[in-house]
Design a protein around this ligand. Structure first.
Ligand code: 1QQ
Length: 385
């Protein structure tokens, strides 16, 4: 080979061998366990989109300290057993620096202990049940717990409709719907709103006529529903079929466009609390909504917004640390850098707050964020003013 040709080819050879400056940077592997199939996929696909959008943005801007973020995405199907399998794969096989997810609190209670034992951060973006962050110091969430959202939501609904008494319906075999029920029960007692009857259903139920007939006979002014979207939508539809006109009050689980895909106009007047609203026109939220629409051709929801923000929170934490390449050390450094991160994201101002103390145990971090109360009008949620 002529010297001149060698000179020309050398940079290419160096790049191929990983010696070029661009190839010095390593990928930071971040795991995502999300429900991409099954009934919870309504939330999980939005979550995946939010993460993908944010990671692409961070990488397009050069990555973090010169490192590109690599998302390793696995489908946990909204099932506990699959969440455990996926966490094990991401932590032990893929050696992810951190794991986002799983989608449901119900799955988080099964999978997060694995992350805490392995000293890897499990970062929930949609887990709102009580007790999630009591699992250990490596459990973080930026999802606002029902305990913070429901009192504000209930107070606003009572005022808006002049509610004197309510009936409750909830799923009694899911950690999120059960926890939401417990919070509603305490909230209604605090706000002195009598409960006319309390009815329960099980995961996968499609016929709620028996429970709704009892609710109808108890003549409430509104129906409190601690439910996931699909069940909530069917409950609302069947309520109207029984000739009942009461408005619904719910939490996080109701905040999906899927509610209206199924319930259509019957979902109108449902009141729901969430940290995110498409009408919150801050520069960060406007940019997020526009970028999401451009990339996916559809409107984002709360779950996409929280996933998007979570990636930016972790990117900020990564900026504060120097990765050593020793995975165990780097995982702990990330856990220690996270609590002080604050951002102004799609969901507004965000900070962590240490979870309530549990004797004899170290705890993780909850979201410190305000809830926004929304009302459904014309098949979508708008701000309740
Ligand atoms: C939880 C929830 C669900 C609505 C997640 C999508 O908040 O399981 O905690």
């Amino acid at each position: 080979m002529q010297f001149k040709t060698l000179l020309k080819t050398l940079p290419l050879l160096m790049l191929a061998a990983g010696l070029g400056s661009a190839a010095h940077a390593a990928d930071v592997k971040l795991g995502l366990a999300a429900a991409l199939t099954g009934p919870a996929a309504k939330y999980g696909v939005a979550i995946k989109n939010g993460f993908t959008l944010a990671a692409d943005e961070v990488n397009a801007a050069g990555g973090v300290n010169g490192n590109k973020l690599q998302l390793i995405i696995e489908d946990e199907q909204g099932k506990k057993e699959e969440a455990i399998n996926v966490f094990k794969k991401l932590i032990f096989k893929d050696k992810a620096l951190l794991v986002f997810g799983p989608t449901l609190s119900n799955s988080a209670f099964a999978a997060d202990p694995i992350a805490n034992a392995a000293k890897v951060v499990a970062f929930g973006t949609s887990n709102t049940a009580d007790g999630i962050t009591a699992m250990g110091p490596f459990t973080f969430r930026n999802s606002v717990m029902e305990a913070d959202v429901l009192p504000v939501t209930t107070r606003a609904a009572v005022k808006h409709f002049g509610i004197k008494k309510v009936a409750i319906i909830y799923g009694n075999d899911d950690a999120f719907t059960k926890s939401g029920y417990d919070v509603f029960k305490g909230t209604l007692a605090d706000q002195k709103i009598p409960v006319t009857t309390t009815e329960a259903y099980a995961k996968g139920d499609v016929d709620f006529k028996a429970q709704l007939t009892k609710i109808k006979a108890s003549n409430p002014d509104a129906i409190v529903c601690s439910c996931l979207t699909e069940e909530a939508a069917n409950i609302i539809l069947q309520t109207r079929a029984l000739g009942m006109k009461q408005p619904f009050i719910g939490g996080n689980g109701l905040n999906s466009p899927k509610l209206f895909d199924i319930a259509k106009g019957a979902g109108d007047d449902t009141i729901m609390g969430s940290p995110w609203s498409p009408e919150n026109l801050t520069p960060a939220n406007k940019a997020f909504i526009a970028a999401y629409k451009a990339k996916f051709g559809s409107d984002p929801d709360q779950f996409a917004a929280q996933a998007y923000d979570a990636l930016h929170v972790v990117a900020d934490a990564l900026k504060k640390i120097k990765l050593s390449g020793a995975i165990d050390k780097d995982r702990i450094a990330l856990q220690q850098a996270l609590p002080s991160v604050t951002i102004e994201g799609a969901t507004g101002k965000f900070a962590f707050r240490k979870a309530p103390a549990v004797t004899g145990k170290e705890v993780g971090y909850d979201a410190q964020q305000e809830a926004i109360v929304n009302i459904a009008k014309g098949g979508k949620f708008i701000l309740l003013k």
